[in-house]
Design a protein around this ligand. Sequence first.
Ligand code: PLP
Length: 465
Amino acid sequence: MTLRELPRVDSILAHPAVVSAARGAPRELVKAAAREALAEVRARVQAGELADLGLDSVAERAVCLLGRMLRRSLRRCINATGVVLHTGLGRAPLASAAVEALSEVAGGYSNLQADVGSGERMAREVHVEGLLHQLTGAESAVVVNNNAAATVLVLNSLAAGREVIISRGEMVEIGGAFRLPDIVALSGCRLVEVGCTNRTHLRDYRRALSPDTALILAVHQSNYRISGFTAQTPLPDLVALARETGVACAHDLGSGALVDLSQFGLPREPTVQDSVAAGCDVVFFSGDKLLGGPQCGIIVGRRAMVEPMRTNPYYRTFRVDKLTLSALEATLRLFFDPETLCEQHRTIQLLARSADDIRARAEALAAGVRRDLPTATIGVVPVESEVGGGSLSGHTIASWALSVSTPTMEAGALAARLREGDPAIFCRVHAGCALLDLRTVLPEEDDVVATAVGRAAAAPPEESA
Ligand SMILES: *Cc1c(COP(=O)(O)O)cnc(C)c1O
């Protein structure tokens, strides 16, 4: 085939398959798909790949590209990885109460920053401040985009131009560009590191205090563990030292648990109320980790320290919108009823699921898939789920997975096919099998998973590029 023989865009657009697929689609997108299909074919011809690339093939490719263009890019997926707070998959799945609250305010106007009583302007955090006060005991609250932003806002508001003392055992990198020493510098503060990686004592902090010290910052070791010969200074001791010397004490709690997770069989994570009760002036944490809400960073603490943060220009760059606040408010409200929390709060529900229940679901799923797919090997195997999102690192939760392998397809290719489906399914690949951990598959998704696994494992490989 030569370049001269390539079909023209007009003839692609007139091809019956394209005409049919283009019904109701914006004209410009259809043209773009035709041009892109043609460009791909041209590149393959130029590269000397002489497949059958007549009009029918190019039209088929254009239809495929158009389908992709018409599909929303950010869409619902199924998480079969077993990582409950999977950052790549959007961290915490919201409780239905939060989804309802969010969709109620999304399409219209709301009292985001207007007081219904007086009609006057008010702080947008009013919607969650009272709830956070009751749940954590803290006087005041500010909400920003994520906990990284909260860290910058706290450091800059409390210690710009001055010194911040942090233990060498807490000098964390969260991932991406969030490395604590860089964040301290960005916030306009001078970092004073104390202690050693494995041990930091109260006397280390005391020795580092200077007239320039503004803040002692404790950072929760959420996404890593230091084990062996270790010593961390207890929070109440840090608070007492800060009081005695007139500096502020802040706690970056990271994962932000509001309830004792040991009631659900998980290790006890320090809670926000623990840090507030210990006397920290300011405590900050993520909204989409163990709190199970929307992505945000929540700063709570003493009114005199937290309230002025709203006048910091950083606050204006980091503040959250009505969608976040409505979902956060609804999520926080769930914590007032411990009886229903586990059933209403999606993230806690997933964390608390019993391995036996998951196993029963996996067996039922496996039986269905085996019936449809006699050639595939379908097993039910014990696996370890993870909390994820830099929370409770090193801790795993017993779970069960559907393991799938076929004689015709590598496990990686099978996993790729599952991601191509609609909805896309993300799973793990281990020892030549695709592993679908059902802990993170939502109750209403089991049927979809069964169908998708059947289809992906049955489909001939290499059928789509
Ligand atoms: C996760 C985490 C952060 C960053 O929080 P984001 O909400 O992801 O920005 C900061 N500090 C600690 C200790 C964390 O665990």
